[in-house]
Write a protein that binds this ligand. Structure first.
Ligand SMILES: Cc1ncc(COP(=O)(O)O)c(C=O)c1O
Length: 407
């Protein structure tokens, strides 16, 4: 392998982080390493201040004006588990899109075992939802699997919960969040948004989506470290109607053996990840200083450049939205009969181009795209790449296809 590394796996976790992130984490451990929200001494107060600032920054990133409606969790998976278990119960209908990550699909399988009814909303070959179909399904006018015909009254109850993959981690399809929120609201359902791929980069505008609850992660587009994420409640959803999964010490109401009902302590049992939240705060501050819209535009431009170059390579099929369509900076490819795992390995070992191969924890998404069970090679640009990096990666794919991928 040459010395050059082009990291195209930002959908798994963003890398590199802005240099200030590691510095902020080290500074937290060195200078304010008390337990946030526990003791009254200066180091605990300093740590608590970092957590409060991280909460404010994360809320701003989601367009939520009340930071106390946001609770930190270990990652998006933890937040989605809380939302799925807490916002619907046995006998409730839950509608979820067919691009869902296993972070949604597996808790939903558990919800089904406990008596919830799960309906999968189909997507097209690029991973986009048909909103008319979704509307019928959410309202109970359509049975699972698409029948009976659109608009037919089948007398099913409306969904209690709609789970939406905002941005697909496989095809990069970006769903129309406002439209889905309206569909959920009309049916009286809560909308749980899996914003793992979008929070930090896209405008979520949670203040304008009162019926939505957003699960986010800190280690992808928010540019923070692993071990950070959270759940944020729109103003129309009462967090107290969502049961926590963990109960324990919060530093508040210590006289009681009952877990506090109030936010954010309701979902923050146990010591928070102080160093991680210091890093998240730093990543979010870097995004604010750089301009979220500018970063998004730059990453989307790189993604379109990559997609356009890949489409020109013989035998390469680019999965996902067409040029200029709504998307996030993620795409996947198939290259004829070439085994995706061999292609990814050759890209890494021969060219230093790092990407992710396989089913990307989203088997149903691959079924929808026609790439199950073989999977695909995913390439996901980030904020520190240049046009030259993208052209280098394109040259590497071309070379691997010409040379063949066997060692
Ligand atoms: C769409 C989607 N949802 C959920 C997750 C889970 O995120 P986390 O690693 O923060 O638990 C991921 C991560 O790959 C993802 O891409």
């Amino acid at each position: 392998m040459g010395a050059r590394v082009v990291y195209l796996d930002n959908a798994a976790t963003s890398w590199p982080k802005p240099p200030c992130v590691a510095e902020a984490m080290a500074a937290f451990l060195r200078d304010s390493g008390g337990n946030p929200g526990r003791s009254g001494h200066r180091l605990s107060v300093a740590a608590g201040r970092v957590v409060a600032e991280a909460r404010e920054a994360a809320a701003r990133a989601l367009g939520l004006s009340d930071p106390l409606r946001l609770a930190f969790t270990a990652n998006a998976t933890a937040a989605l588990n809380v939302g799925i278990a807490g916002l619907a119960g046995p006998g409730d209908r839950i509608v979820v899109d067919a691009m869902a990550h296993n972070a949604c699909a597996r808790p939903l399988s558990e919800a089904a075992r406990r008596g919830a009814e799960i309906d999968w909303a189909p997507v097209d070959g690029a991973g986009r939802l048909d909103l008319d179909l979704l509307e019928d399904l959410v309202a109970g006018r359509r049975g699972p699997g698409g029948g009976p015909g659109r608009g037919a009254r089948v007398g099913r109850k409306a969904a209690r919960l709609v789970v939406l993959t905002h941005g697909s981690n496989v095809s990069g399809a970006l769903q129309d969040l406002a439209a889905v929120a309206t569909i959920a609201e009309l049916a009286g359902a809560v909308l749980l948004v899996d914003a793992a791929q979008t929070a930090g980069l896209e405008d979520i505008g949670l203040d304008s989506l009162p019926g939505a609850v957003v699960a986010f992660t800190g280690h992808k587009a928010m540019l923070g470290p692993g071990g950070t994420g959270g759940l944020a409640f729109g103003t129309g959803v009462d967090p107290e109607a969502c049961a926590p999964l963990l109960r324990g010490g919060t530093g508040s109401a210590s006289e009681s053996e009952e877990h506090p009902a109030f936010m954010p302590d309701r979902f923050e049992a146990g010591t928070l990840n102080g160093p991680g939240l210091a890093g998240l705060l730093s990543g979010l501050s870097w995004i604010e200083a750089s301009g979220r819209a500018e970063l998004r535009a730059a990453e989307l431009r790189l993604t379109e450049r990559l997609a356009a170059g890949l489409r020109e390579l013989p035998g390469v099929q680019v999965l996902g939205p067409r040029p200029g369509e709504r998307r996030c900076p993620v795409l996947s490819i198939r290259a004829g009969l070439i085994d995706p795992a061999s292609l990814a390995l050759a890209l890494d070992e021969r060219h230093g181009v790092l990407c992710r191969v396989g089913l990307h924890c989203a088997p149903r998404a691959h079924r929808s795209l026609g790439t199950f069970p073989g999977g695909a090679v995913r390439l996901s640009p980030g904020p520190f790449l240049s046009d030259d990096d993208i052209d280098y990666a394109l040259g590497a794919v071309e070379a691997c296809l010409k040379e063949g991928t066997s060692p």
